[in-house]
Design a protein. Structure first.
Length: 272
């Protein structure tokens, strides 16, 4: 009996000692640090890119992170990520959150958690105008560029098994391969392709073609198993939508008259 009681006491002490560590979460870390560290793209207009005048990273996703940091009462720190580094950097704790055009896919749930969808788009093709490629069906026997770690790599191969996918680290590198004729198309989300096309000196030389290869709902990447932080982010996004703040940010980067115009045709998930 004494041995059993002694073991029970040790177990209780272990639980009590571990309790402070179990309850500490990302929200506490961010507030203690006084900064939200966000992983963002720095070469992908209009989502995240380096402004030539200010030499600062700006864009749609950066403005969303600014709004989130404001709600947390902390400053915002930005760390550039790519499609292949964003999940590892989040898992390693190098960033608190990822806002980097990341599609919420089931298979990624094993590595990170996601917010509700904050941007909806779909995968298409960017090609040279008049080059003979009008859809994924035309890619048989051709080379198509994408980026490492993106869902686009697998999606285009499923849509056209006869194509050869060549993956690059960044979208500018993939676009350069297209301009140099090393590939006959590049593929990613339509919203990204609009920015890539319009970044060229001669945007009319390129066109975005085909039906959606796949739907691409973007979610903010979050650390696994931290429901307090995830709930905070989700409620903040819903509040931005309900107050019209989200729509103002969207119009700033994608509204009528903007270079990267994309009409807002979807509605954010709102919890009752």
């Amino acid at each position: 009996m004494r041995k059993t009681a002694w073991i029970s006491t040790l177990v209780c002490l272990a639980v009590l000692c571990a309790a402070p560590f179990a309850t500490a979460g990302k929200l506490d870390d961010i507030k203690a640090r006084g900064a939200l560290v966000a992983g963002v793209k720095d070469s992908q207009p209009p989502f995240g890119y380096v402004d030539e005048k200010s030499n600062q990273i700006v864009g749609f996703e950066i403005d969303l992170m600014e709004a989130l940091a404001k709600r947390l009462g902390v400053k915002l720190e930005l760390k550039p990520v790519t499609s292949s580094t964003r999940i590892p950097m989040l898992g390693q704790g190098a960033v608190d959150i990822v806002a980097a055009t990341m599609t919420h896919k089931k298979e990624r749930e094993d590595q990170v958690d996601f917010s509700i969808t904050y941007f909806m788009t779909g995968q298409k093709l960017l090609v040279k105008k008049g080059g003979g490629v009008n859809s994924a069906a035309d890619l048989a026997g051709k080379k198509v560029a994408s980026v490492k770690g993106s869902t686009s790599e697998q999606n285009v191969k499923k849509a056209q098994p006869g194509c050869t996918v060549i993956s690059f680290e960044t979208y500018p590198e993939a676009f350069l391969a297209l301009k140099q004729g090393k590939v006959q198309a590049m593929t990613t989300d339509e919203s990204i392709l609009v920015g890539i096309k319009n970044s060229d000196d001669n945007p009319d030389a390129w066109e975005i073609v085909g039906d959606y290869i796949s739907p691409e709902p973007y979610g903010l990447g979050l650390p696994e198993n931290d429901s307090d932080f995830r709930d905070f982010v989700n409620l903040a996004l819903m509040n931005m939508w309900e107050t019209g703040e989200y729509q103002k940010i969207y119009e700033k980067w994608f509204g009528k008259g903007k270079k990267d115009y994309l009409p807002l045709t979807w509605k954010m998930e709102l919890w009752p």
